[in-house]
Design a protein around this ligand. Structure first.
Ligand code: NAD
Length: 259
């Protein structure tokens, strides 16, 4: 479905982005991964992706820096010839009441979770328009649609990302380019493991109990969304059948936002 397409996935050395990279590679896309991590671990991921018979490389752009983001997109075009699939996935979060929320943490969350997607899309658009084909998928969150206490930065950035997605969808509506947001509920990745550990410490409960509380509070299915299921949703959006699905905010949240 993604055969012969060239994909960039930001924040793909871990969690959701990594499984999206795997799914796209298994389905024939060349991949540029991005994100932090130890060199040996990243080299292993690149090797694994190449093992699916596609080209793969890592670009270390820091999503806090617009010049590095532009370099990553240009690197993809120079290496593979075009950017066809762009997944804006890199993200961080922080939980605290607004009066204690550190200024720099706010700035970083907005930069990585929102502004980085503006810069990648802006830089990739000429390539997509030239080939008259593109699939942009912004990994937002249920927090792009609804709010939770303590998540000012995260909710503001993710709501912004959903809005940004809609505008780009309208601007590309007449081309073979789509732009959608995926809004997952809780997925068990390092990002959420941190939150689970913090709750466990604060409440003096076990990690398992903390997981149960988190899910019981918000996610009616009472189980975590799987990263590989999100990969399959991305794959559908990249398929021909997804060609008129654009500007959508697709939830995979075990019923969270139905409440
Ligand atoms: P994760 O922590 O496992 O992965 C985050 C990735 O982003 C890593 O590869 C990390 O190296 C990279 N990254 C962080 N800061 C970066 C920077 N400045 N520049 C470049 N890369 C950077 O997190 P995850 O849970 O897989 O999250 C992926 C996306 O999914 C995020 O946007 C997150 O907000 C969103 N999301 C996650 C959940 C969840 O429950 N885990 C739910 C909804 C949405």
């Amino acid at each position: 479905m993604a055969e012969g397409k060239n994909a960039v996935i930001t924040g793909s050395t871990s969690g959701i982005g990594l499984d999206i990279a795997r799914t796209l590679a298994k389905n024939g896309a060349n991949i540029v991964i991005n994100g932090f991590g130890e060199k040996q671990v990243i080299d292993k991921i690149v090797e694994e992706l190449q093992g699916y018979g596609v080209q793969a490389a890592h670009h270390p752009a820091n999503m806090l820096r617009s010049n590095e983001i532009k370099e990553m997109i240009q690197f993809t075009i120079e290496t593979f010839g075009s950017v066809d699939i762009l997944i804006n996935n890199a993200g961080i979060q922080h939980v605290s009441p607004i009066e204690d929320f550190p200024d720099q943490t706010w700035e970083n969350i907005i930069a990585i979770n929102l502004s980085a997607a503006f810069y990648t899309m802006k830089e990739a658009m000429p390539s997509m328009k030239k080939s008259n084909w593109g699939r942009i998928i912004n990994i937002a969150s249920v927090h792009g649609l609804v709010a939770s206490v303590g998540k000012t930065g995260y909710c503001a950035a993710k709501h912004g990302l959903v809005g940004l997605t809609k505008v780009v969808a309208l601007e590309t509506a007449e081309a073979e380019i789509t732009c959608n947001a995926i809004c997952p509920g809780f997925v068990l990745t390092p990002l959420i493991e941190q939150q689970i550990e913090n709750i466990a410490k604060k409440e003096n409960i076990s990690i398992t109990e903390s997981q149960h509380r988190l899910l019981a509070d918000k996610q009616p299915a009472k189980q975590f969304v799987k990263t590989k299921d999100l990969g399959e949703l991305v794959l559908f959006l990249c398929s021909d059948a997804g060609r008129l699905m654009t500007g959508a905010s697709l939830t995979m949240d075990g019923g969270w936002t139905a409440q």
